[in-house]
Design a protein around this ligand. Structure first.
Ligand code: GDP
Length: 167
């Protein structure tokens, strides 16, 4: 059944340096110390596997393709301090749409490093507008301050469950 079957695969996508590793290590650390109630909160025990396998600098197109195929849901990260990473997120969204044409593949656009207010290059409204164009949810986070990281994660799990329940 869906409950006991293979875990959901949530893939972290984004340019180098946006905070994918920082995100993944927060989840990895929490998963170790979590009791089953908290696990239930985040999708049920062992139902979510977070993949941080994307290397945008890689020339290995096949590996990139595989990444686009294997996810059940995607956290699409950019850094609010790096406009190039914001543009990269848009490109990745377009590539993703090509590989996952199904409307309901859950995606959340994540503007990370929102603690670095003085270095901001991408405004909140730009992020929100981009998410609206791409028809996905939007959230700003700080992996460094652990701000909104769980909200992003819960958001993606909620979408996965809605999709599962509507099947
Ligand atoms: P990746 O290449 O996407 O995996 O990015 P990393 O997780 O390795 O992060 C790149 C750098 O940004 C590291 O030095 C992190 O400590 C730092 N970093 C990640 N997230 C944040 C954040 O939310 N705020 C701040 N100030 N630094 C961050």
């Amino acid at each position: 059944t869906a409950e006991t079957g293979s875990p959901y695969r949530v893939v972290l996508l984004g340019a180098n340096g946006v905070g994918k590793t920082a995100f993944a290590s927060i989840f990895a650390g929490a998963a170790d110390s979590m009791d089953s109630d908290e696990c239930e909160l985040c999708g049920g025990e062992k139902t979510v596997t977070l993949l941080d396998t994307w290397d945008t600098e890689s020339d290995d197109e096949w590996a990139q393709e595989r990444c686009m195929h294997t996810g059940d849901a995607y956290l699409l990260l950019y850094s609010i301090t790096d406009r190039a990473s914001f543009l990269r997120a848009s490109e990745l969204r377009i590539i993703l749409r090509h590989f996952r044409p199904a409307q309901h593949t859950p995606i959340i656009l994540v503007g990370n490093k929102c603690d670095l207010v003085r270095r901001r290059e991408v405004s909140v409204s730009e992020g929100r507008a981009c998410a609206a164009v791409f028809d996905c949810k939007f959230i700003e986070t700080s992996a460094a301050m652990q701000h909104n990281v769980w909200e992003a994660f819960h958001g993606i799990v909620r979408q996965l469950r809605l999709r599962r329940d509507s099947k």
